[in-house]
Design a protein around this ligand. Structure first.
Ligand SMILES: Nc1ncnc2c1ncn2[C@@H]1O[C@H](COP(=O)(O)OP(=O)(O)OP(=O)(O)O)[C@@H](O)[C@H]1O
Length: 369
């Protein structure tokens, strides 16, 4: 299996096989540089999320966090409708939206633009060797770690063994090496203001769908990009498909707006939750991303005058000293306004269809039309 022709990168035969990933248009992440030995010392199991198990590790003399990605179910990321086992079709989508690739693309873009400081630092990807996998599994045998599926439904389907190489081997576990940090138990107003500014700057760089939540904040920074959409992306960028209709472009624009606003909704919700926990104490966090006329429309039963987010990520304006320019969106009808008025962590507005070697959006619920 060569790394560029399969859903998952295969076993490298030499260092030359460790190409920057993913192999599609847009940013890529370089491999982690091992010096001398490839030995990884697993120090501690830190925790898990929907997409990965995270360990504290030592490589040579340095300590890192190593995020080892699961082979998640196809339904857990934005893949083709209807579902397919066709590796070539899956790969077209997975390169952009499978969790490991989402994280590679986001970090790759932060590195190429010189804005690594907007997230916990990343040192590259690795493909876990058989020896390192074996010692990790033996050492944490009591945890019964599963690498197929997601956190709530682990191991139901043999995702990893779908695409074997010419020697009948499953692909290696993919990992991303990061700075080891600490959970931010006590977010303050200063920390929240900094975090909001980071989110705005990530949007200015064209990185959205950040799954903003308190658990993602490590040493004061966002740390998890396994759902991130980094532009150019088939969900946001009409230039990737010259055959889109006007309606399809509008549907993509709507979804991009929705996903962008979701990040601010999630930020505001995180602040509300923290403040609720602190309700006995005086020091509440006073930082919100959007005015409550927009985020609490449902309670007020009164639509905002206009919907906006703080940045149009499609512009790729970059991080500058100029204040960001708001993106106003005027929905064509009440149904769209209704969708924008309800918080949702992720969009389900479009599903994605593969046709004539291109990816097209289709509004959910319009099958056959
Ligand atoms: N760099 C780090 N340093 C220390 N701990 C970390 C680091 N990165 C992640 N963690 C811990 O590991 C947990 C899981 O990591 P992460 O959120 O990246 O995984 P995920 O599977 O993408 O999660 P999610 O379900 O939130 O998408 C985090 O909640 C955090 O507690």
């Amino acid at each position: 299996m060569s790394p560029d022709s399969t859903m998952y990168p295969g076993w490298p035969k030499s260092a030359a096989d460790l190409v920057p990933l993913p192999q599609c248009k847009g940013p890529q992440l370089k491999p982690f540089k091992f010096h001398r030995s490839q030995k990884i010392e697993f120090l501690e199991y830190i925790g898990e999320g929907s997409h990965a198990h995270v360990f504290k590790v030592r490589i040579q003399e340095s300590v890192y966090a190593l995020k080892l990605f699961r082979f998640v179910y196809d339904r857990d990321w934005t893949g083709p409708t209807p579902e397919t086992d066709d590796a070539a079709v899956l790969t077209k989508f997975a390169n952009y939206s499978e969790p490991f690739n989402c994280e590679c693309r986001a970090y790759g873009h932060l590195q190429e633009t010189g804005h690594e400081n907007l997230a916990i630092k990343c040192f590259g990807y690795l493909l876990l060797s058989e020896g390192n996998e074996k010692s990790m599994m033996n050492q944490f045998d009591d945890l019964h770690l599963k690498f197929n599926g997601n956190m709530n439904e682990a191991g139901l389907e043999p995702v990893r063994s779908r695409f074997l190489d010419e020697n009948g081997r499953v692909p290696p576990i993919r990992g991303i090496v990061k700075e080891f940090g600490q959970r931010d138990e006590n977010l303050t107003t200063v920390g929240a203001r900094k975090l909001l500014s980071d989110i705005i700057n990530l949007h200015r760089l064209g990185i959205i769908n950040l799954d903003v939540a308190h658990r993602q904040v490590i040493s004061g920074k966002l740390s998890d990009f396994s759902t991130a959409i980094t532009i150019p992306h088939f969900q946001t960028s009409p230039e990737l498909n010259p055959n889109l209709s006007h309606d399809q472009i509008s549907a993509m624009e709507f979804e991009t707006f929705q996903l962008s606003s979701n990040d601010y909704w999630c930020f505001d919700e995180m602040i509300e939750e923290i403040n609720w926990d602190k309700r006995q104490k005086k020091k509440k966090i006073e930082v919100y991303a959007l005015p409550d006329t927009q985020t609490r429309y449902v309670l007020r039963n009164k639509p905002p005058t206009r919907f906006y987010t703080l940045v149009d990520p499609r512009k790729g304006e970059g991080v500058t000293k100029e204040p960001p320019v708001k993106w106003y969106y005027d929905p064509d009808d009440d149904r769209l306004a209704g969708i924008l008025s309800y918080k949702s962590d992720f969009s389900t507005f479009n599903e994605w269809v593969y046709k004539d070697k291109c990816i097209f959006p289709r509004k959910r619920g319009l099958h056959g039309k």
